[in-house]
Write a protein that binds this ligand. Structure first.
Ligand code: 6R9
Length: 647
């Protein structure tokens, strides 16, 4: 139905945009035909200590993948995000903080942010952190977390932010993987009316991390927490001992900026590594163009800084552009489903950027809620994290945007550093459900699953990117071979995104979801392999297979098939036990939605689990199982269908 719907840019968006339709076409063409010239010009948006003379030096030639941008440039990101705004907007608000508890808020100006990050940087130095060291940040959505990230960038330390929802075991794995000797945390966080025991989780994690020497704890809720003498210190005590004056460390463009762990189709989460120069050019340029950000506007991205969206579009992109960025500690449904709209009106937000899962949840609460809020300040809406279904798009447009706001559906990944496919307001017409057109420098290509290039405009297949862009990840931390094999081995010569897509006759891209064993649950990436290995680690579980199924709110739900050890009884109590076990092993975000005890799993004669069949049964689409004759024991399928959980 909705594929024929087209929303042309409004007159208001056209009148104010930084990028007209003609400029988009011209700049896009130039970015592909003359990347060196184009990116040299774009790099001038950054204050370099030494401007780069070498622009693009990248190779997608398997297996010698090498990605370098602006490689002889020298800069400091914290200086770009803060210091350089002091001359023009020192007393303007950099960050507005809105607390979980309605009525609690705070803000910092660029001048205050400068002071706070300098002091935090000196605390890190005084606690032994040096350029190149990895610093783990497990903190709530508070201003100090942005300060801590910028403080790392100030001194050239590499931060690894871990989402507050991850369990102690997950924290430990990430700390050990990057050999981080220091952890920054808070006593507790707040979210949706609950407190999150951050320090307690760190204490538990640290039982399994021999390398951690120091924990710096920010006082947030003020509730009592255990402090281990010699290891744990309060941030406030440390801050009192140092000055706020910390010169920015000159960093090479290719020096690492941060590691962010993300799930893949196999194995443990991998440490996606981003570097300095290319990342900040990409984050700031995309933020400016995709949101058509103009000075003085209030911009709110509802993500958590524990995800890449929080890195690029709460902290680095907006601050590099001198924006006012909102940091929200809470969740859209607390204390009620009107919270976001209250916050938009309270802070006069102009640009609102959220995820389809949140939109669908708010949709479920009823249109009469947003209808009570005129939200006159709103100008632009954004969506990220998963495909937005046209129904949710239309609801967002009507009830939140009042049919007056443009919508940008932004497709990108942790690996890409920033947005790769999105409409530009005032330049590219929207089609609900399509991420629309590629950003400058991005050449998406569609391949058949077998790897044949689909040259005609209208095509369907897997989505790859033909060449490098400045914001691209550089490697998997500590495992370059995994970087090469994950992204460059299957389709040689291209970056493989892991997503499927369709390109329509207008050259618009429609992302259809992951084609690998990665689930997208409420916009969070979860590897089926991770959930499976958590399940089989339980003493009563012999084997497990995990697949996704369509879920009204979450987009995808987690469906687990579990084969128990001989003699174990599969009942509801065990389901609860296993669910809690997965939450403990990974975190609440990986909590199984449906669980089915299966005496056997469908396998080929060579012993491979036939996931296609398990997916179909989980989708309650067992009439279309396809060929099951290659199964070692076709009988197991009958039992699986009879006992399916999604009906
Ligand atoms: C930024 C972020 C990446 C995966 C990606 C894709 C899905 C993200 C999307 C989208 C359709 C969009 N995805 N944005 N799918 N339309 N606008 O979400 O990063 O957590 O690494 O997830 O999310 O499947 O491959 P990350």
């Amino acid at each position: 139905m909705s594929e024929s719907l087209v929303f042309a840019p409004s007159a208001a968006a056209i009148a104010r945009t930084r990028t007209t339709a003609a400029q988009y076409e011209e700049m896009y063409a130039r970015s592909l035909s003359d990347p060196d010239g184009f990116w040299k010009e774009q790099s001038q948006r950054i204050d370099w200590i030494k401007p780069p003379t070498r622009i693009k030096n990248t190779s997608y030639t398997y297996p010698d993948i090498s990605i370098k941008w602006f490689e002889d440039g020298v800069l400091n990101i914290s200086a770009n995000c803060v210091d350089r705004h002091l001359a023009t907007r020192a007393d303007e608000t950099a960050i507005i903080w809105e607390g979980d508890i309605p009525g609690t808020d705070d803000k910092v100006t660029y001048r205050q942010l400068h002071e706070r990050l300098g002091r935090f940087a000196n605390v890190l130095k005084a606690n032994g952190v040096k350029k190149g060291d990895r610093v783990t940040i497990y903190m709530p959505m508070i201003i100090d977390t942005a300060v801590a990230m910028l403080a790392c960038a100030r001194i050239g330390a590499v931060h690894s932010v871990i989402f507050g929802g991850f369990s102690p075991d997950s924290i430990a794995g990430r700390i050990n993987d990057c050999d981080s000797k220091i952890v920054l945390t808070a006593d507790e966080g707040r979210r949706g009316g609950k407190t999150i025991p951050l320090k307690k989780n760190v204490d538990e994690a640290l039982l399994k991390t021999p390398g951690v020497e120091r924990v710096i704890v920010v006082k947030n809720t003020g509730n009592a927490v255990a402090m281990q003498a010699g290891r744990d210190v309060w941030y406030a005590d440390e801050a009192a001992k140092v000055s706020a004056d910390c010169a920015p460390e000159p960093m090479n463009a290719e020096d690492p900026l941060f590691i962010l762990y993300t799930s893949g189709s196999t194995g443990k989460p991998k440490g996606v590594l981003h570097t300095t120069g290319g990342y900040i050019v990409w984050a700031s340029l995309t933020h400016e163009r995709v949101f058509d950000y103009q000075p003085g506007e209030i911009y709110w991205c509802t993500a958590d800084v524990g995800w890449v969206t929080g890195h690029s579009y709460i902290v680095y992109g907006p601050l590099a552009n001198g924006a006012t960025t909102v940091m929200f500690e809470g969740i859209p449904s607390y204390p009620d489903a009107g919270r976001c709209w209250q916050v938009v009106e309270k802070h006069k937000v102009n640009i609102f950027y959220t995820a389809p899962t949140a939109i669908r949840a708010l949709m479920g609460a009823g249109a009469d809620i947003p209808d009570q809020y005129p939200m006159p300040s709103l100008r632009l809406l954004g969506s990220v994290g998963e495909p937005i279904n046209p129904e949710a798009w239309l609801w967002y447009h009507k009830h939140v945007g009042k049919e007056r706001c443009e919508i940008v559906d932004t497709w990108w990944q942790t690996e890409t550093g920033g947005i790769l496919i999105s409409a530009l307001p005032g330049a590219i017409a929207a089609k609900p459900g399509s991420a629309t057109k590629p950003f400058f420098g991005i050449k998406p290509i569609v391949l058949s699953p077998e790897g044949k290039l689909q040259e005609q405009t209208k095509a369907e297949g897997v989505l790859c990117i033909a060449d490098s862009w400045p914001g691209q990840m550089r490697t998997v931390y500590g495992d370059h071979a995994r970087f090469v094999s994950t992204y460059f081995e299957t389709y040689k010569g291209y970056y493989f995104t892991g997503d499927g897509c369709r390109r329509d006759e207008d050259g618009y891209y429609w992302i259809t979801g992951r084609v690998d064993d990665v689930l997208n649950v409420s916009g969070h990436r979860i590897g089926t392999a991770e959930v499976e290995s958590a399940l089989v680690a339980h003493p009563k579980v012999a084997e497990a297979a995990v697949v996704g199924y369509p879920h009204d709110i979450k987009g995808q739900g987690i469906y687990c098939y579990v084969t128990l050890m001989a003699g174990e009884k599969g009942d509801d109590a065990l389901k609860t036990e296993l669910r809690n076990w997965v939450r403990k092993e990974i975190g609440a975000i990986a909590s199984p939605d449906l669980m089915q005890f299966a005496p056997g799993l469908p396998k080929t004669r060579s012993g491979k689990i036939m996931r296609r069949i398990l997916r179909k049964i989980a989708e309650n689409d067992y009439g279309a199982l396809g060929d099951t004759t290659t199964l070692a024991d076709p009988g197991v399928v009958t039992d699986l269908i009879e006992n399916r959980q999604n009906r």
